[in-house]
Design a protein around this ligand. Structure first.
Ligand SMILES: C[S@@+](CC[C@H](N)C(=O)[O-])C[C@H]1O[C@@H](n2cnc3c(N)ncnc32)[C@H](O)[C@@H]1O
Length: 312
């Protein structure tokens, strides 16, 4: 509201096309979401959303889902979707690896686009490159037979690297030199810097790869008989996931402790609070309400660690 009582329009205009992936099904119910059964197209790292919105407008018979890891591009794409009034597009703020793993059934996607993905040219950054062998296998699994993944880059060595990842992913590959065609921010950027030709890699699904849907876990919360916040020490952890405890708040009146916890596992980072709260005669240890966690093995590990630390 402004001072005169008028509602100020947020930058994104409407959140209706936005899906909070944490709350979506495993897989998400796309038919219900779009209210119809239509070919599903996924764009990975859609940036400002120009291509996503234009495609949705030009191909109203298809449904489009954009996966983008940063909020600012999502916000700007939301604005474009509202201004264009396209009903057949949804966007999620999620790492594409997590999104594809959890939200799409096998053989449910007809095409996928990755336009000007970050090439991470330095060797020591290669682990950040998205279109790795494992990711391509996952993409393959979610695509229908004959479905295509189109990747475009300004950077030939990056295309060569993606090509080197394709053996054993069930894709046949075709490369093409293309001129301006997708009209995205990065295409415009490279064009403004004098680049006329871009490298297009078309990967067509020929064989089916296995890659099961990643399910949520059932969380086991804890109950301990004694808890002394003065004696609480942040636990150290190791292993293939990182669980870190950042701070602890304690409200002596409400008999409630809150431990800020960060869990990193695979490609997923979760930053949330674990509460230690006195209910009847016992202290309950559980994720605090409203944090919107995904119940993963890492979150379970964090609960176990807090229980051990709190019970000491
Ligand atoms: C170089 S920009 C290209 C954006 C847009 N496709 C274009 O052509 O203008 C790469 C985009 O991919 C997004 N991105 C990077 N890694 C991602 C991931 N793992 N999952 C989803 N999006 C990702 C970045 O946030 C960024 O918006």
């Amino acid at each position: 509201m402004n001072g005169k009582g008028h509602l100020i329009k947020p930058h994104y205009l409407s959140l209706k096309p936005f899906i909070r992936w944490q709350g979506a099904g495993r897989p998400a119910r796309w038919r219900e979401e779009f209210g119809r059964s239509a070919p599903l197209v996924v764009e990975i790292g859609f940036g400002l959303g120009d291509f996503l919105v234009r495609q949705a407008r030009e191909e109203p018979e298809k449904d489009f889902v954009g996966l983008e890891v940063d909020w600012v591009p999502v916000r700007r794409a939301l604005r474009k979707i509202s201004l264009a009034g396209v009903p057949n597009v949804r966007v999620l703020k999620v790492d594409a690896r997590v999104g594809l793993e959890m939200l799409f059934n096998e053989q449910s996607v007809t095409a996928a686009y990755s336009l000007f993905p970050c090439p991470w040219p330095k060797k020591r950054h290669a682990k950040h490159r998205l279109l790795s062998h494992d990711f391509l296998r996952l993409l393959n699994n979610r695509l229908v037979f004959g479905g295509e993944t189109i990747m475009v880059t300004d950077h030939r060595p990056f295309q060569d690297w993606v090509l080197s990842q394709t053996p054993g992913t069930g894709f046949s590959t075709e490369t093409e030199l293309t001129t301006r065609r997708f009209v995205t921010k990065y295409e415009r950027k490279w064009q403004a810097m004098g680049q006329e030709k871009f490298h297009l890699l078309r990967m067509t699904k020929r064989e089916h790869m296995t890659a099961p849907i990643k399910e949520d876990r059932t969380m086991i919360t804890h109950r301990i008989s004694r808890f002394d916040p003065e004696r609480f020490r942040f636990p150290a952890d190791s292993g293939n996931m990182v669980v870190g405890m950042k701070e602890m708040l304690y409200d002596a009146e409400r008999l409630k402790g809150m431990v800020r916890t960060v869990v990193v596992e695979d490609n997923l980072l979760q930053d949330f609070w674990i509460e230690i709260v006195k209910i009847d005669e016992a202290w309950r240890i559980r994720p605090a309400k409203g944090c919107g966690i995904i119940p993963t093995a890492g979150v379970q590990r964090a609960l176990d660690l807090v229980r051990d630390a709190a019970a000491m």
